[in-house]
Design a protein around this ligand. Structure first.
Ligand code: ZN
Length: 114
């Protein structure tokens, strides 16, 4: 699908932030949207081994990580495409999108192929 990963960048001080806010969290200035490369590294992660709620129980075990974007901010998301036992802090990952609704996509992550 055609989608972009967006964060915010301050017009005054250059601070970058995610999640989106009305103003810069650093200086209070106006912010613009910045399109990200879609690449980052696993800052930290956990392996979910118990979740009895549908649809998650069919996905067990799965990895939820804090991904540090190349652009700086960190965001949480699922990492797929690797066995949870092989996941490591510092793993390079790239984004892909799962369409949730018309015009709405959820960013997921997968290890980058070297
Ligand atoms: Zn600012």
């Amino acid at each position: 699908m055609d989608a972009e990963l967006l964060i915010q960048e301050c017009k005054s001080c250059g601070h970058r932030q995610f999640y989106p806010r009305a103003v810069c969290a650093d200086c209070g200035g106006d912010v613009d949207w910045l399109t990200c490369s879609g690449r980052g590294t696993v800052h930290t992660f956990t392996v979910i081994r118990q979740n009895h709620a549908k649809p998650f129980k069919n996905e067990l075990p799965y990895v939820v990580a804090i991904v540090e974007l190349e652009e700086g901010p960190r965001m949480m998301g699922n990492v797929t495409g690797a066995h949870p036992d092989d996941m490591q802090i510092g793993t390079p990952v790239e984004v892909y999108f799962v369409q949730a609704d018309e015009g709405v996509a959820v960013p997921f992550w997968r290890p980058m192929v070297a």
